[in-house]
Design a protein around this ligand. Sequence first.
Ligand SMILES: N=C(N)NCCC[C@H](NC(=O)[C@@H]1CCC/C1=C\[C@H](COP(=O)(O)O)NC(=O)[C@@H](N)Cc1ccccc1)C(N)=O
Length: 173
Amino acid sequence: GLPPGWEVRHSNSKNLPYYFNSNEKVSRWEPPSGTDTEKLKHYMAAHHSATSRSGAAVGVPEGKIRAAHLLVKHRDSRRPKSWRENEITRSKEEAYEIIRGHEKRIKSGETALGELALTDSDCSSARKRGDLGYFGHGDMQKEFEDAAFGLQVGEMSGVVETASGLHLIERLE
Ligand SMILES: N=C(N)NCCC[C@H](NC(=O)[C@@H]1CCC/C1=C\[C@H](COP(=O)(O)O)NC(=O)[C@@H](N)Cc1ccccc1)C(N)=O
């Protein structure tokens, strides 16, 4: 158990338990000293199922996946601009040639999607190697969602077209 005044709470944003002392108004990630970790383990097992129903390790929010993408926009994109280019004028055909080139380089093992995203993705997630974080059904455009949820972890999609442009998607979790 925990020392008097302490309780375990759950952080939804991090999907992790934390320790809160209501008297001293203190919260912390580590168990307070004097915690009987043996008993605590049983408590955690009972209250914070270490695996969600999907059997994934704790940390993957229920029903969500995490993916990275590389986006090549074109002049008919719904927002034909990006951090890379103030006005994107390439045609959809040109964008297709570009993204097919990226796909070949990734499939050959010459580079990784995240590396290419850093320099070449027209999405603001480029700075995070294309990592979009966790998302669930209804968050992304339908074509993107269908492709991403259809991937195994570690797998990369073919070229996926949405109103934003042309994407390569890699499922991370
Ligand atoms: N995690 C979420 N729920 N964020 C909201 C996503 C909205 C969603 N977006 C899309 O479906 C496409 C596919 C992936 C990126 C994306 C589009 C655009 C680029 O296209 P554009 O909108 O200029 O046409 N990038 C974004 O949205 C970025 N905020 C994604 C992002 C960036 C940094 C960190 C995390 C996520 C939609 N329903 O429109």
